[in-house]
Design a protein around this ligand. Sequence first.
Ligand SMILES: CC(C)(COP(=O)(O)OP(=O)(O)OC[C@H]1O[C@@H](n2cnc3c(N)ncnc32)[C@H](O)[C@@H]1OP(=O)(O)O)[C@@H](O)C(=O)NCCC(=O)NCCS
Length: 328
Amino acid sequence: MASVIIAGVGSYAPEKVLTNHDLSKMVDTSDEWIYTRSGIRERRIAADDEACSDLAVKAAQSALADAKINASEIDLLIVATASPDTPLPSTACYVQHKLGVPAHATCFDIAAACSGFLYALEIGYGQLLTNRYKRALIIGAEKLSSVTDWKDRTTCVLFGDAAGAVVLTKVPQPNIGILGSDLGADGEFADNLYIPAGGSKCPASQKSVEDRGHFIRMNGREVFKSAVRVMETVAREMMEQHNLTPDQISLVIPHQANIRIIEALAANLKVPMDRVYVNLDRYGNTSSASIPLALDEARRAGRVKPGDLMLLVAFGAGLTYGATLIRW
Ligand SMILES: CC(C)(COP(=O)(O)OP(=O)(O)OC[C@H]1O[C@@H](n2cnc3c(N)ncnc32)[C@H](O)[C@@H]1OP(=O)(O)O)[C@@H](O)C(=O)NCCC(=O)NCCS
């Protein structure tokens, strides 16, 4: 049976660095509190004239160059984002236009918050396997700074802006590339992490702006507990489905939300931290961009070699979650 492989990876993070020290001048917080509670030291912030699609395009160009594939050859383009350029149309259409992806391509966004990249990867994988499409561009891109409440110290210290992208192609060899994925969601926990206003439930109004309803609201403790539980469960299920033990996984790339969540996941799975990729100290939580950004860095740092088994694990608002197993 043929396989779907990641033929190229790319990422982009905006130039502007916002450190914990900078944040301590904006809200009542400190580098010590942020670092010990989250593991984050600094994050990137997009320029005012940089939209989500601009970050996405830069990551995509890098992934296309890595794959040695031209934008004109892409026939499926999916952008996972929780901070689209506009509510309508999809950010994927802006990206298509800026990149020069042809008009016959299928282009759309998906909303699965921080699990969005793994959801998009699963859709691309399935579509290529059916032969409906030949080359897919899968992007996770976020300008979370545009939906962050910079007066709320419980959330603004956590998030950052970035984008990551992969190019998927099909190869005749079996048992390489994406080996499988397991995705899930539990809407019971939807209110633990959400943006209250700006949708059909609470359209934009003077009151919604005064109430700061267009920014992320979060019950951090509940999200923390759910994250540890669902990431461990889905990662374990993925390994069981493929008859794998944790020592066979060369590298775990978890969603980069909080070092304590990542360490709990590693401890519960019995995977040593030197086989878990962490870069949230430099980027914070970049939602759907976090896994492809980490994958790109890990690969360029020589942490991913041909034949390696990698487990990508995510959770996010929804509560969505997922795990994807890849043989490089
Ligand atoms: C947000 C998070 C770092 C908070 O850590 P925590 O250990 O749960 O801290 P708490 O929320 O219990 O707050 C502890 C105290 O610190 C205070 N605090 C909160 N944010 C603070 C900040 N930035 N600086 C200083 N103090 C802060 C709180 O007000 C609270 O004070 P109190 O005890 O006087 O009430 C943690 O819960 C977390 O990471 N949750 C998951 C969030 C996440 O991953 N979201 C994205 C999902 S994709």
